[in-house]
Design a protein around this ligand. Structure first.
Ligand SMILES: *Cc1c(COP(=O)(O)O)cnc(C)c1O
Length: 403
């Protein structure tokens, strides 16, 4: 109803004494800085020896993949122009989804613009307040956030501990249960025991979701990831019956960007209908899909990149052990060097940077308290001389950087 013009403004309640916004931000900053957790972005000019990224096969810089991106833009445009359900689902998206599904031995695959959005969407589409989600303690933030946003109850089991998972499953009275785990753990480089998870899921009538962001393209005879380790590109025993929900990302070993969910047709159709981070967003640019299609082709046809990567991993580990460096136990391109103390981790990373070597200085809250580390990553792009230079830099840290 319109208010008569003569009426005075309603009486306002007196304002509460609130902290001014700038002071709030400054307070948060002071706290983070005092804990050595304030993060700084660096512009990557491509000059340093990069041992911090996730371009494990060197495909981000592969000229054929770059050319495919350019070709995708020329043929389909710079952007998709709309969401998939409106008019943004282009032929190149469809072709890429079909190629991913065939590669992984699943009925269908569905593209998302990022892995973060894929995990939010899948968890929101599959779970609700009646669902218990069982997560490995070290799962990626996007999995934790996805369950939180869907209103599901997350139970976190000890890292790679199937006895602890069993205990939680036995206690649960939830109507629906979903077990969720990274395939390769992003900050530790170790691998989930998928057989044990699948076995627990079968016995407790739960579904199993594996996020293999760091395994896809890297592990398995044909690069099919942790599930491919059990046999072919993706195998019968680790197919949709054992692992109904498989998420992978394209911005790591495939060198491009975006992500996918692979599974049975009914699952994919459900996600298309119900995942809000799928429905309400513009489809990824066709250049990206075109580049991913070429990268996938290279991953399937040229096992030599994977072979070179694994040779680099073996060399690095052998030499690092000989030098007494505190390496974690990992057979993947993610090689954490456990320094534990946050300030010390920053000193080592800075010393390496001065030598032109980029590594990740990973601190809480990304990893648990007291477990700060250098996250060193290896790539097929690294030459033997690069590996040697990295090891020399680490030796210098051992001798020259204050403990
Ligand atoms: C990197 C990562 C993601 C997020 O993927 P983006 O495409 O970078 O958003 C999800 N899950 C895991 C395990 C990851 O390592």
């Amino acid at each position: 109803m319109p208010v008569p013009e003569s009426q005075p403004d309603p009486v306002r309640e007196p304002a509460l004494p609130a902290t001014p916004w700038p002071a709030r931000l400054a307070g948060a900053r002071r706290e983070r800085e005092a804990a050595h957790r304030w993060r700084r972005r660096r512009v990557n000019h491509g000059a340093a020896l990069d041992c911090s990224g996730n371009d494990y096969l060197g495909l981000a810089l592969d000229s054929r993949v770059r050319e495919a991106a350019a070709d995708g833009a020329r043929r389909f445009g710079a952007g998709a122009g709309a969401s998939h359900l409106v008019s943004g689902h282009l032929a190149v998206h469809e072709t890429l989804e079909n190629a991913l599904a065939e590669w992984l031995g699943r009925e269908r695959a569905l593209l998302f613009s990022t892995g973060y959005m894929a995990n939010l969407g899948v968890l929101q589409a599959l779970t609700d307040g009646e669902t218990a989600v069982f997560q490995d303690r070290l799962n990626h933030a996007s999995l934790i956030d996805g369950a939180t946003l869907s209103g599901a109850r997350s139970r976190r089991f000890h890292h790679r501990d199937s006895d602890d998972l069993e205990r939680l499953l036995t206690r649960s009275r939830a109507a629906h249960r979903l077990i969720v785990s990274d395939g390769v753990f992003s900050m530790d480089g170790d691998v989930a025991d998928v057989s044990a998870l699948a076995d627990a899921a079968r016995r407790h009538r739960a579904w199993l979701m594996i996020d293999d962001a760091h395994g896809i393209g890297v592990l398995g005879e044909h690069g099919g990831g942790v599930l491919g380790e059990h046999g072919g590109g993706c195998t019968e025993d680790m197919g949709s019956a054992a692992v109904p929900v498989l998420v992978g990302t394209l911005g790591k070993a495939l060198g491009t960007g975006g992500a996918f969910v692979a599974g049975d047709a009914a699952l994919i159709e459900h996600i298309i209908q119900f995942a809000r981070s799928y429905v309400y967003t513009t489809a990824q640019p066709p250049a990206v899909a075109s580049a991913s299609l070429k990268a996938l082709d290279i991953v399937r046809r040229e096992p030599e990149h994977r072979a070179r990567l694994h040779a680099n991993i073996r060399t690095f580990r052998r030499e690092a052990r000989r030098l007494g460096l505190p390496l974690a136990d990992s057979a993947t391109p993610i090689q954490p060097l456990m320094l534990n103390d946050e300030a010390r981790t920053l000193r080592w990373a800075a010393a390496l940077e001065r030598r032109g070597i980029a590594v990740g200085a990973i601190r809480p809250p990304t990893v648990p308290q007291g477990q700060a580390r250098l996250r060193i990553t290896l790539s097929a792009r690294h030459s033997p001389a690069d590996i040697e230079r990295l090891l020399d830099g680490l030796v210098a840290c051992q001798h020259e950087v204050a403990p």
